[in-house]
Write a protein that binds this ligand. Sequence first.
Ligand code: ADP
Ligand code: MG
Length: 466
Amino acid sequence: MAYKFQPQFMTNEELWQAVLAQIQFHLSKANFSTWFRNTKIVSKKNNEITVSVPNAFSKEWLEKKYNNLILKVLRTIDKKIRRINYIVKTKEPELKVKTKTKLSKEEEKIKTSQLKLENFKINQKTNLNPKYTFDNFIVGGFNELARAAAWAISENPGMVYNPLFIYGGVGLGKTHLLEATGNRILKRNQKANIQYIPSDRFISSIVQSIQNHTIEDFKGKLRKLDVLIVDDIQFFSGKEKTQEVFFHIFNELYEKNKQIILSSDKPPKAIPALEERLRSRFEGGMIADIGLPDIETRIAILKSKCGENNINLPQEVLEYIATNIQKNIRELEGALNRIITFERINNITPDLKTTKKLLRNLIASPSRITSWKKILQTVSDFYNLKSNTLLEKSRRKEIVKARQIAMYLAREELKESYPSIGRKFAQKDHTTVMYACKKISQQLDVDDNLVTELNLIKQRIYNILI
Ligand code: ADP
Ligand code: MG
């Protein structure tokens, strides 16, 4: 039997769930929930899909920024779809399911077996998503320090480590842990005044409140908090006004023993363009990193997600996924969601062969493939520089360092010759490149921070989807 998605049997809701299941691992959590919360397919006619969105702002973003991605994903499920229309629906549209007399057997089957997806019941007051808990956070050597610190804080907020600063690569559980901590504090003390704020929202709130002259209100709200959680604080890099406002809020909360919890994709030392006074505040509490999960933990995570979805997959399927997706738990979940969607739609438990087929375009060849462009882009993003500046002749200290790292990676990861690397960097002489590679390699022996930075950069270079 041919294993294929059978879109004709899917309800609009299931189709949209299958789309969201894939889209969520192309975007950051914050972006995903900002733009896809409260969206749904309201109709599917003549190969056109109509998606309702909660407001005009979302409509514009989805049309401009995400239409191609949504269409691409939709077409992996149903090739016939040609176009998506977006309409604004402020109220939850009523579901009109009663028009059909009787559901076919096939449709019944699908209706009763729904893929458990992101739930969007975000707490309006705290902005915490209750789905993130300590119970569903799997612990292994790679994250146990961060987990233990977060747990201790949830027992006694403000009294143990302040701030708690968690850092690690993309998709490794930082947001999960931050939110789980907030949720547990709230559970133990319903009156606790907690706010979970992704840093991009923090920044845009500041920009807006400056424009509207309401910055004092904004600060006033934050001052009253018992727990302030800011996710992905690396985005504060270079945002001077935000850093200034945050510094004052931080001090006020800190002096009152109010808990501050932060996350970042790199340690405070490695965040570029961050004021020294903030950096030293971040370093004044507890810093815990999350590394890469080992194979046993990856399998345990898959099993736990299967449990949540009431699904049983053969061990060899779990092992295949866990062996091939190593660096990102979000991707691990994405792969699993694909398998679960398949099983729900076809009502067949996929075997290893089908799994390989379903995950073919998710799992890159086991040899680590990257490109010069990817290295350049990743290094410059990491240090918050424009990629062109690395190729120019500037002698600014931070640019020189980033440039040397890019040269080192081109040599190590792509095995390029020194002259060929030199040509890429404004015709630099091959001895310059040799010097750079030697320097970085010597520094790696003595500078632990550089080792961490390089590991984080490599993780990003080899992340398949993000
Ligand atoms: P990050 O914020 O570091 O990019 P997330 O916290 O968003 O990563 O994690 C990505 C996905 O992986 C989430 O769906 C999260 O629930 C899941 N996840 C991460 N770490 C764990 C873990 N230790 N146990 C179970 N699920 C995890
Ligand atoms: Mg996150």
